[in-house]
Design a protein around this ligand. Structure first.
Ligand SMILES: C[S@@+](CC[C@H](N)C(=O)[O-])C[C@H]1O[C@@H](n2cnc3c(N)ncnc32)[C@H](O)[C@@H]1O
Length: 189
C-alpha cells in the first residue's frame, strides 16, 4: 500500500482532535507571539491548530489529503488561519530561512533533517518529538528505521543550539515520566 493510501485509511477512521505533542505543549512558553510556523507531516494537525491559537501564521504539510481536509475543516470551524497543503515532503524541497518555528512530531526521515535546520530563520525554533528505540512498551512503529537511537536527535541537529532535550529510556520508575520518545527544542544560531 502506498504511503498516502495508508494514512488516508487511518485518518478516515479517526474522529476528534488529538492533543498537541508534549514537546510543544510543555514548552509553549518558548514560542514567539507572531511569525511563520510549519507543522511538518502534520497528520490531523493538533500542533498546527495549537500554533495558530498562539497567533502564529501556520503552514501544515502532509501527504494525506484526508488529514489536510480534516485540519482545514477544524481550522475554519475555530476561526484559525492554517494553510494546509497536501505535499510529499520527501519530493518537494523545503525553502531556506523561511520559518520562525518548525514542529515535527512522530515522523522521522533522516535525509530531511539538514534541510529542516536550514528552513529555520535565524533564531528560529525547532520543536521535534518522535519515537526512540529505547522504550518501555510496544507503542509506536516496529520498524527500527523509524525510531531514534540514543542521543540521535542531538546529532541530527548538531548545527542548532540545544534549548531543551529529554530522553529518559527506561531509567528509574518507568511508569512515570517521558518514555518511548525523545524530544528536542533547538534554536538556529
Ligand atoms: C505518525 S503520523 C504523525 C502525524 C502528526 N505529526 C502527529 O504527531 O500527530 C505520521 C504522518 O506523516 C505523514 N507522512 C508520511 N510520509 C510522508 C511524506 N512523504 N510526506 C508528507 N507526509 C508524510 C503521514 O501522512 C502521517 O500523517
Amino acid at each position: 500500500m502506498i504511503m498516502q493510501e495508508k494514512w488516508d485509511n487511518i485518518y478516515s477512521e479517526k474522529s476528534g482532535e488529538p492533543a498537541p505533542a508534549r514537546v510543544l505543549a510543555e514548552n509553549a512558553h518558548l514560542l514567539p507571539t507572531s511569525g511563520a510556523a510549519l507543522d511538518f507531516a502534520c497528520g490531523l494537525g493538533a500542533n498546527a491548530l495549537f500554533l495558530a491559537r498562539r497567533g502564529l501564521n501556520v503552514t501544515a504539510w502532509d501527504i494525506s489529503p484526508v488529514a489536510i481536509q480534516g485540519i482545514m475543516t477544524r481550522a475554519s470551524a475555530q476561526g484559525l488561519a492554517v494553510r494546509g497543503e497536501v505535499r510529499d515532503v520527501t519530493l518537494q524541497p523545503l525553502p531556506e530561512s523561511a520559518f520562525d518555528v518548525i514542529v515535527v512530531a512522530h515522523f522521522l526521515d533522516r535525509s530531511l533533517t539538514a534541510a529542516l535546520a536550514k528552513a529555520l530563520k535565524p533564531q528560529g525554533l525547532l520543536f521535534y518529538q518522535t519515537f526512540s528505540k529505547s522504550r518501555v512498551d510496544d507503542s509506536g512503529p516496529r520498524n527500527p528505521e523509524f525510531r531514534l537511537d540514543d542521543n540521535e536527535l542531538l546529532r541530527l541537529f548538531e548545527s542548532l543550539r540545544v534549548v531543551v532535550y529529554r530522553e529518559e529510556g527506561s531509567i528509574g520508575d518507568a511508569t512515570q515520566g517521558f518514555r518511548n520518545y525523545a524530544l528536542l527544542v533547538a534554536q538556529k544560531r
